[in-house]
Design a binder for this molecule. Sequence first.
Ligand code: PMP
Ligand code: GLN
Length: 399
Amino acid sequence: MKVRSNRLDGLGTTIFAEMSALALRTDSINLGQGFPDTDGPDSIIDVAVEALRSGRNQYPPGLGIPELRDAIVAHQSRWYGLELDPATEVVVTTGATEAIAGALLGLVDPGDEVIVLEPYYDSYVAMIQMAGGIRRPVTLRPGGTARGQAGLRPRGTDFRLPIEELRAAVSPRTTTILLNTPHNPTGAVLTEDELRAVAAVAIEHDLVVISDEVYEHLTFDVPHIPIATLPGMRERTLTISSGGKSFSFTGWKIGWATGPAELVAATMGAKQFLSYVSGAPFQPAIATALGSDADYFDAFRAGMQTQRDQLCDGLARLGFDVFVPDGTYFATTDIRPLGHEDGMEFCRSLPELAGVVAIPHQVFYDDISAGRSLVRWAFCKRPEVIAEALTRLERLTRV
Ligand code: PMP
Ligand code: GLN
């Protein structure tokens, strides 16, 4: 009996499942998997409840309900000036995860090369492999020379995209660049210059860009620029986002992809055989959420920024070398100032050492050495939970 295909070779169990299970088993504070410990607005939950009660419980249209597709189109126009046709240029998916899967299965042929930013979100690797593609990582590297010193890193020494390495990664087999900004796990937000350089490479080599922008509303004092807004890019970019991150409903799994009709059709072509359709009663709720006024987004971002500073300041005080992120809800630290070398060993022993769970970067690299001593911490947790985690982590400095 054959029990497994080689499409799963090397993929193992996702680090997020491993670390969340570890947190539960050891009763640790989970600063690993990125999910908020506070739900999104009650008024949005009310819309979902009303949908459940009013019979919106059967298969919705495969592309998504018109109301949600219109809301996604309105959102892209309002925030970015991107104009889309709701009939052909939007598809609703089961989280951004399914949009990524659908896009890669629908656009990548066996042997095609896909350039991906490293450290990479784990589902990119899995789906490139399942599509038969070959990943070509381009590593985001800390700028400046200061490394491994305790405290907050000075600005300009965070993770940046090495453009020459991106250029060098293109081969005649390259078909796609898979971008992620704001970037998980580093928290880097690509600058306009970096995005222009990526756009130039994509246009020169006639590549498709798949741009994962799930943290689009979580940037701190820097703008989020969708690459689709740059000249020549709308026609070659599939942009992906999700209601999970922007509205704190990660369990609802309502995501979407937008872009030119052919790219959306390819994604839909695969999506129809993955989930067929996505969460009917949650779609009207996310449609309402997308229309939230600017105050909602401002307050959401400001709260997260305060939590970012609380966590980063606390980790710096404890002696970590801290990269303060410009976006996402994750902060990265180098653990070497505390006498640790290996992030995986550190994270596996952290529940015992301090009753806290975090995520080792190294699982997101082909060449583990580049991320061996880096660890990611989520700050999408209530301030009192972050405070308790920091208190527990003081135990690390007493050994
Ligand atoms: N992309 C990135 C960069 C993520 O961090 C996540 C996790 N939320 C996803 C995609 C998946 O999003 P969703 O939960 O909507 O499937
Ligand atoms: N995106 C979240 C993270 O990076 C959760 C992902 C997941 O559980 N697959 O932590």
